[in-house]
Design a protein around this ligand. Structure first.
Ligand code: IVH
Length: 708
């Protein structure tokens, strides 16, 4: 494909074709961006497409298509929203699916805080509104900026749209408020408004939304705020983020004050026992159908903020709250086929193709069946009538097969023994930890299997790994097919090789000079990468973000990590052990099952070549940043033994980690000190033998407190 002609050189016929092509493309990208929160190309390339479209329309005003995207949204300059950093991350909630989960939640809080059965824990029970969470910033009592949640750390500035929502106070009601306050809550569309709105959309030939949540989300992300203004949106406040000072000490006080300031608060109950929490849950469940808005659960939050502070957060959710989900909706449909997908680590996953059905607000046409045992256990066959369940954001699943309706002659599903993508053998391995056969059947071909190689690349560039903007699945597929990108390091030599034996990006349709430049720039911007992202990006089995972080903190640098892992002896795909293996297993949160694939990965030549390839291609892996700032505990390795009095073991451990210390389970020469609670046993003896410092719990508290 040749480079695109300048706008002022186009003739009429070419202009018509270009307008059609660009219109279609922009609409497709808009749909992806607004409805699925994803983009296939960098923002600047999108802007270039719009500029070109508008340029042509300006030159040929008579050719403007009736459905041109240029009239739907604002000017090209505002083609995308500005980014907003959330100084206090916007977290999500863990889910509890039954009363047992809620009991466990409370028990773990008692355990963490060292409270007894009889101790009173005040909670709030709030409805979990099924909408879109937003952050509203107030300075000197005035609304100054509003943003979406985004990935929790960075959202988009949608201030103008939020200004049009009546429930969002533009000025806080009189009273004493902190100079700066960020209120968080949920924007939603109520059910009646949603139905009416969809009817209007349909009549006007506009997009119809699957559920109120999508409608709220789509409405908030309009570039033209006059469109948002016409959408019937509401807002409930439930929390806060950044604050110049803290005006309350409990959640209930906060909600009351927010209400006084002019915010709407969804009906909330105060509870002090499990019975009261469950009563609140059942009450919401019974009212669910009559509520004007959609709810998908009850959020229980610890009322006392000092306790919340101590409880802290897990990686994406607080320890002090949980969402108790309302039961899922179930519907009946038919399985039209079963496809086998090959994932990043070679796992063959069966996916049932369904006759599309509407359940809990969305249309479902595919469901994953976990593995071949699941197919056998539920005896799922092609053509079967099945019950499908979907709860909130949880992925839909097949609950059961309606055997009575089974057609005569339906055969049990024969799970393939070979990889459908590369025809290599697909095996079930034995798990090192349990000695049991793994439930997953995996293609043994590794990176020579095209499906695995591609999935690994997709993972490599994904948001929580390398996060390369403009390099999505579709482009990777194209590069992969043309043999331009086969391994991760190829991404970093893409620009250097551009045009070698293939059409340069700038000359391709759908790319062009600007997009090519943008892609190269976004790749360049990722040449320096924190070690935890680097590790996560390698796509090693079981090494998720949390484990990657643990490893990064423990070893500090890629060099040290590699040296340790590569010194572990491996024979015929089995780890033999040794001091470095013991060290690895001593990391709190790392088990043998988790560690084995990691060691095996670094024992294989072709994997080491991937790592070396990246380094040679100019990737610089940044050492881990140990948290803890000035704390004397930063970088120290600690062992706890015996019963602690002032805090629980869990709290002490969490605090140590926050201050940059490593907590390990066993005493060895590399341990800096052992904290001895009451009745410490063999670990104390071992510490004395090795001459490791032993300190009292009191001394430990002092060291924890000695932070500036
Ligand atoms: S609290 C740190 N309270 O649920 C706690 N969330 O998965 C963060 N939500 O993103 C949220 N009603 O969009 C909280 N009363 C409520 C809520 C609520 C709805 C949504 C919110 C959040 C998601 C959590």
């Amino acid at each position: 494909m040749s480079a695109k002609k300048d706008v002022d050189k186009l003739d009429e016929k070419e202009a018509i074709a270009e307008l059609k092509r660009l219109g279609k493309k922009i609409k497709k990208l808009d749909a992806l961006y607004y409805e699925k929160d994803s983009s296939e190309i960098p923002d600047a390339s999108y802007d270039a497409l719009r500029n070109r479209l508008e340029g042509i329309e300006k030159r040929f005003p008579l050719l403007v298509q009736p459905d041109t995207p240029s009239e739907k949204v604002g000017s090209a300059a505002s083609a995308r929203f500005a980014k907003v950093e959330h100084k206090v991350p916007m977290l999500s909630l863990r889910n509890a699916f039954d009363e047992e989960d809620v009991k466990e939640f409370l028990a773990s809080i008692r355990n963490f805080l060292g409270l007894g059965e009889e101790d009173f824990i005040a909670m709030t029970a709030e409805p979990k509104i099924d909408g879109v969470s937003v952050s509203l910033l107030y300075e000197a009592g005035r609304f100054v900026r509003g943003a979406t949640r985004g990935d929790g750390r960075e959202g988009e500035d949608i201030s103008e749209n939020l200004r049009h929502i009546e429930d969002v106070p533009k000025k806080l009601a009189a009273g004493k408020h902190p100079g700066l306050i960020e209120v968080r809550g949920e924007v939603y569309m109520d059910r009646n408004h949603f139905l009416e709105f969809n009817k209007r959309q349909e009549k006007a030939g506009e997009k119809v939304f699957a559920n109120p949540r999508n409608a709220a989300s789509g409405s908030l992300r309009q570039l033209d705020s006059s469109i948002t203004a016409k959408r019937p949106l509401g807002f409930f406040a439930y929390g806060w983020g950044e604050m110049s000072d803290m005006p309350w000490s409990t959640q209930s006080e906060a909600l009351k004050t927010l209400e006084d300031w002019g915010f709407k608060i969804a009906p909330t109950q105060s509870c002090s026992s499990l019975d009261e929490m469950f009563a609140a849950y059942r009450k919401l469940e019974s009212k669910r159908a009559d509520l004007p808005y959609e709810v998908d659960g009850v959020v229980y939050k610890i009322d006392r903020l000092d306790w919340r502070e101590r409880l802290g957060t897990l990686s994406r959710s607080p320890r002090w709250a949980i969402a108790h989900k309302l039961p899922a909706e179930e519907v009946e449909t038919v399985i039209e086929g079963i496809d086998i997908q090959v994932g990043r680590t070679g796992t063959l996953t069966p996916v049932a193709r369904l006759k599309p059905v509407h359940v809990s607000g969305v249309t479902v046409s595919n469901v994953t069946i976990h593995n071949e045992d699941e197919i056998a256990r539920k005896d799922i066959r092609i053509g079967d009538s099945v019950i499908v369940r979907r709860a909130g954001e949880v992925i839909p699943q097949i609950v059961s097969v309606i055997k009575k309706k089974r057609r005569k002659g339906a055969k049990p599903f024969a799970f393939p023994r070979k990889c459908p993508e590369c025809d290599a053998e697909a095996l079930r391995e034995t798990n090192v930890g349990s000695g049991e056969e793994s439930v997953a059947r995996r293609c043994v071909a590794g990176l020579t299997c095209p499906a695995q190689a591609l999935e690994r690349l997709v993972h490599f560039v994904s948001r929580n790994a390398y996060d390369i903007e403009g390099l999505g699945r579709k482009s990777l597929e194209m590069f992969f097919k043309e043999d331009i990108i086969r391994h991760p390091d190829d991404i970093f030599t893409l620009e250097k090789r551009d045009g070698d034996g293939h059409t340069p990006l700038a000359e391709r349709e759908d790319w062009g000079e600007k997009s090519a430049r943008n892609l190269f720039d976004s790749i360049d911007s990722r040449r320096k990468i924190p070690i935890e992202r680097f590790l996560f990006g390698l796509g090693i089995r079981h090494i998720g973000e949390a484990t990657a972080r643990l490893l990064a903190l423990h070893y500090g640098s890629l060099q040290k990590l590699r040296a340790a892992l590569e010194s572990i002896s491996v024979e015929k795909g089995k780890v033999l052990g040794g001091a470095s293996w013991d060290e690895l297993l001593a990391i709190d949160g790392v088990s043998a099952t988790l560690a084995e694939p990691l060691v095996l990965f670094f024992s294989e030549e072709h994997n080491r070549a991937v790592v070396d390839g990246l380094l040679n291609a100019g990737v610089e892996v940044l050492d881990a940043e140990t948290p803890g700032g000035e704390s004397p505990l930063r970088g120290k390795t600690v062992v706890f033994t015996g019963k602690l009095v002032a805090v629980t073991r869990a709290e002490a451990k969490a605090r140590a980690q926050m201050l940059g210390a490593k907590v390990v389970g066993a005493v060895s020469g590399s341990v800096d000190f052992v904290v001895a609670g009451e009745a410490g046993g063999s670990k104390l003896k071992r510490a004395k033998e090795l001459g490791v410092e032993v300190i009292s719990e009191e001394e430990w508290q002092k060291r924890c407190g000695a932070v500036s």
